[in-house]
Design a protein around this ligand. Structure first.
Ligand code: DC
Length: 244
């Protein structure tokens, strides 16, 4: 096999093993994506955590989040590692709790709206998949911009009220840190979710939207187990369709 056919067969196998899960905050994306990755024997990448990690670095370095040049520089400079045990380090500093806190949550939509930040993180996401030959990724633009040829595309959603309830009742250990969304009362979380939905879906670059080929799954009245079972069946079907 010459090197160009080597490359194209590798690209093909990568394309065939990518699961793209998009949706708004609180739709259950990360829990479902993690569980699906386990079932499917793939690795999982939380792309929201990458945007949160850059936001953490922007805050730490006292950079104005409106300054797209400076914020892009931070995104290009910073080293983000998602460890197997779930911890996230930014330039070697453990930021696992802080990236979920209300300060980062209030600024992350602004930081992620800059074109340069998206260019850098999308490139890292594609690299992550290339080195693994596939994976399950969740975010806002995975099906529409990062992997438009993903094997399986899913758009998870739920009503804002259901999502706010999940966010306020989830992760009691986080709440004990005094530095997370879970500490906030329901009304505040609901307002923050609505604000972020608006910013994420109305931004100029790669806004949150359902891809034309994505399965729409409204999780409002579903358990996590039901959603994982549904996606697992869709994944098996998609695999069968390419092996036929
Ligand atoms: O999924 P999350 O709530 O952790 O994401 C945090 C923010 O990051 C979200 O408000 C928008 C941004 N984001 C993005 O723009 N693109 C992605 N692929 C993932 C997240």
């Amino acid at each position: 096999m010459n090197s160009s056919s080597d490359r194209s067969s590798r690209d093909d196998s990568v394309r065939h093993r990518v699961v793209a899960i998009d949706g708004p905050a609180g739709s259950g994306k990360s829990t479902v994506a993690k569980r699906l990755a386990n079932v499917a024997g793939l690795e999982y990448l939380d792309t929201g955590a990458m945007y949160r990690a850059v936001t953490f670095a922007v805050i730490l370095r006292n950079v104005d989040p409106e300054d797209s040049v400076a914020v892009t520089q931070v995104a290009e400079d910073c080293t983000i590692v998602q460890h197997e045990d779930g911890t996230v380090t930014v330039d070697g500093v453990d930021a696992t709790v802080e990236i979920r806190g209300s300060l980062v949550s209030s600024v992350v939509s602004l930081v992620s709206s800059h074109e340069g930040v998206r260019r850098e993180l999308v490139s890292r996401q594609r690299q992550w998949v290339r080195t693994r030959g596939g994976g399950v990724l969740d975010g806002r633009d995975i099906a529409t911009a990062v992997f438009p040829d993903a094997l399986l595309k899913v758009y998870l959603t739920a009503s804002p009220e259901v999502r706010a309830t999940r966010r306020t009742s989830q992760g009691s250990s986080e709440a004990q840190t005094g530095n997370s969304d879970t500490n906030d009362d329901y009304e505040r979380v609901l307002l923050d979710i609505q604000r972020r939905d608006k910013l994420d879906s109305e931004r100029e670059h790669d806004p949150l939207r359902q891809d034309a080929d994505a399965y729409l799954v409204d999780t409002s009245d579903m358990t996590i187990d039901e959603v994982v079972a549904l996606l697992s069946n869709l994944f098996d079907e998609a695999l069968r369709s390419i092996s036929d």
